[in-house]
Design a protein around this ligand. Structure first.
Ligand code: IVH
Length: 713
């Protein structure tokens, strides 16, 4: 009770700051102050689970994953819209309107057709009640959890009508889409073909944390069901959106003759390339709601609206060469070098070919004439080859052989991990990767080197003071103190101060934290810091549990057995996993460390680059020790009440599921994602859904929070 007021106050305050930051781009408080308020609210909410509110600002970072989307009926059907492909068809549409309304001139709007995913937001009494996809038009998926992560959308409305259904489009802005794909390319993951696919893929995620990290946005374009508010025209609706700061689609043309409609469509075609998101047409709508009613609907679409579809612009051009880019994490990306052509508003001279598989799928060869377009009107892409124009001597392209199996930057051998599409240079010391490698090495979760962020790493590499992470250990306070950094930007972002020196004080702090890394940082941190593909924090920790010190790893039988596991599977189809391996089974290796990670680790230590790292480390006298060495997990967790027990968690509990996972694991138990005959207990909160049904049918005991408490004590 005591905290009601403070919680309400913090929610209102954070909502206001969100609005200022994301909508008005005029923040009033620093990030640190915002974080402080946010944490205070998080703590209070954790301590008072009965005051849970799905529209609290804390819910925007994503809660627990769902088992499946629930379906819900739309308040009004979500219809489709008729497409028009030529000026003549626009004229016919206009004539139908004139006839239907017995009017010569008709007030209409023309606005962009956003290339995204349709969504209906239902606000009741000023709070977002739920959000649905279009589905089959009658029923949609409840994607409320995912929609709440869209920061520019208000979750609460002040002085709102009792019911307001806003319809619009969820999409990924061009810039965010480009960054996401760049990151995925760097990570060796498949890229999304266009922003629309990226949006669909993201919204399908059952884990709102994934969604919260993707740059989704929403723009409203239509009114659905509503009660407690009078609206006569589309303009009234747009005013209401403005009042509630719900982002609205724009620009909008107000027109009333056929000539004006066609002119607006043409103008929009020029402007749409600068909107910052994909558009594929112009939507024409009757402005006045009573006129809409007169015109009515066909079975599939309203008679008062239509969409003019712009043809995707495609051009043919010559593919002069394929070059290779070494990404900051070593991913090798083939790039098409094109004879420059003008497509959808810009000149295109290069287009990513993504990876070798993509090249093979499209059978792209140097010297080919190719068709180029902008995916989602944004990213240049090679659509297909014009086979009729292929020169007789065009050879298929094979990335590894063209590169002679060497990284074009450092000449180290290149590799492609099973299950990945990208070839990569795995040389920890590759100069093309130096900045990322150093930044990662210094990161908070790695060796936590004070004052060494990306901008300092860039300068260290540029000034040739360091070309790989281990070079850092040879730097002196004098070397570092004299390092010149870029000028700091002032608050208005325009005026710049002079270049700054890194300075003796920061240099001394950094050298101190390097000393701490050398002597005190545990093996798990070091393994993570090395940035070996697939060795994330959890895998590094599991490796450190199984090994006493770094120098034990290059010849580790555990790593070797684990890396060979796929062969072992071949031999003993019936007993496939590490749980059954004659030597590995005793170690009870957890899911964070699998054969692919082990193969990468082994490849790293066997490579020339890995050998160099080992030599350098021994020259520097560094051999990081494990701080969680416990190869026999039974012994380590002996005496803990849940040892050997596997749990599955479902339903709505008093705290998020990861909290319960922590409690179970801290008591020696394991948590798995799905119910099987091997499950010992199902911990179920309210609801419980299909997992509960399955547990009951398998005779797996279903317990609640109290039951868990009883098992532990
Ligand atoms: S108005 C009754 N306006 O396009 C339908 N729709 O192909 C009235 N869309 O389902 C729709 N941008 O999700 C309208 N500015 C816009 C739009 C738009 C995109 C989508 C919408 C609709 C689909 C129809």
């Amino acid at each position: 009770m005591l905290f009601d007021n403070r919680i309400a106050e913090l929610r209102a305050e954070l909502t206001r700051h969100n609005q200022l930051y994301y909508q008005d781009a005029a923040p009033e408080v620093s990030d640190a102050e915002y974080d402080r308020l946010f944490r205070e609210l998080e703590d209070l909410e954790k301590a008072n689970p009965d005051l849970y509110d799905p529209n609290s600002p804390t819910q925007r970072v994503g809660g627990a994953p769902l088992d499946a989307f629930e379906q819900r009926e739309h308040l009004l059907p979500m219809l489709s819209i008729d497409d028009l492909f030529a000026d003549g068809e626009v004229a016919e549409f206009f004539k139908r309107l004139q006839k239907g309304l017995s009017l010569e001139s008709i007030p209409l709007t023309v606005e962009p057709k956003i290339d995204g995913v349709a969504c209906s937001l239902v606000y009741r009494d000023g709070a977002l009640d739920y959000a649905l996809t279009r589905g089959d038009g009658t029923r949609g998926d409840d994607i409320s959890q995912n929609v709440r992560t869209i920061q520019s959308l208000p979750l609460t409305l002040e002085n709102a009508p009792t019911l307001l259904e806003v319809r619009g489009e969820i999409f990924m802005p061009s810039e965010g889409f480009a960054k996401l794909n760049e990151q995925r390319e760097e990570d060796g993951l498949d890229t999304f073909a266009n922003p629309r696919n990226a949006t669909t893929g993201t919204l399908k995620s059952l884990d709102p944390k994934v969604v919260a990290n993707r740059p989704l946005a929403f723009l409203a374009h239509g009114i659905g069901a509503h009660e407690g508010t009078e609206m006569e025209t589309e303009d009234d609706f747009r005013k209401l959106l403005e009042q509630f700061q719900i982002p609205r689609n724009s620009p909008v043309w107000h027109v009333s003759t056929l000539e004006e409609v066609l002119a607006a469509i043409r103008e929009l075609d020029v402007q749409r390339h600068d909107l910052g998101h994909g558009t594929d047409g112009a939507v024409i709508k009757v402005l006045d709601f009573s006129q809409r009613e007169t015109l009515g609907f066909t079975s599939r679409a309203p008679r008062w609206a239509a969409a003019f579809k712009y043809p995707p612009e495609q051009k043919e051009t010559l593919l002069k060469d394929i070059t290779i880019q070494v990404g900051r994490t070593g991913v090798l990306t083939p790039v098409a070098e094109l004879d420059p052509v003008f497509v959808s508003g810009t000149t295109v001279a290069r287009a990513t070919l993504h990876n070798q598989e993509e090249i093979e799928r499209k059978d792209v060869r140097i010297g080919d004439t190719v068709v180029v377009e902008k995916a989602g009107e944004i990213i240049p892409s090679v659509v297909q080859v014009v086979l009729a124009k292929r020169p007789a001597d065009a050879q298929p392209y094979d990335l590894p052989s063209v590169l002679n199996h060497q990284c074009p930057s450092c000449k180290a051998p290149i590799e492609k991990a099973d299950g990945f599409v990208a070839w990569r240079c795995v040389n920890f010391e590759c100069p093309a990767q130096a900045v990322t490698a150093i930044t990662h090495f210094a990161g908070r979760k790695a060796l936590d080197l004070d004052g060494l962020g990306e901008s300092v790493a860039i300068k260290l590499v540029e000034s040739k003071l360091a070309s790989s992470p281990l070079d850092l250990f040879s730097l002196t306070v004098e070397d570092l103190g004299g390092l010149m950094l870029d000028p700091a930007k002032s608050a208005d972002g325009l005026t710049k101060s002079k270049e700054r020196r890194f300075g003796a004080k920061r240099a001394a702090t950094l050298v101190n934290s390097l000393e701490r890394a050398r002597h005190e940082m545990p093996l798990s941190r070091w393994l993570f810091a090395m940035g070996i593909s697939q060795i994330g924090e959890s895998a590094a920790r599991e490796l450190a549990r199984l090994h006493e010190k770094l120098s034990d790893l290059p010849d580790s039988p555990i790593v070797s057995d684990l890396a060979d596991l796929p062969d072992f599977e071949e031999l003993q189809k019936s007993k496939r996993k590490k749980e059954h391996h004659p030597r590995l089974k005793d170690y009870k290796i957890d899911d964070n460390l699998g054969p692919v990670a082990a193969q990468n680790l082994r490849a790293f230590f066997q490579s020339e680059a890995g050998q160099t790292v080992l030599t350098k480390l021994s020259e520097l006298g560094i051999d990081p020790q494990s701080d969680n060495y416990a190869p026999d997990p039974e012994a380590a967790s002996e005496g803990l009440p849940l040892v050997g027990k596997t749990f599955v968690i479902t339903g709505t509990l008093s705290q998020p599921r990861p909290e319960f996972k922590k409690i179970i694991e801290a008591n020696g138990g394991k948590v798995s994602g799905s119910v099987s005959s091997k499950t010992d207990y199902l911990l179920s909160g309210e609801g419980g859904g299909s997992k509960k049904t399955k547990a009951e049918s398998l005779g797996v005991p279903v317990i609640d929070e109290e039951g868990l408490q009883a098992l532990i004590s």
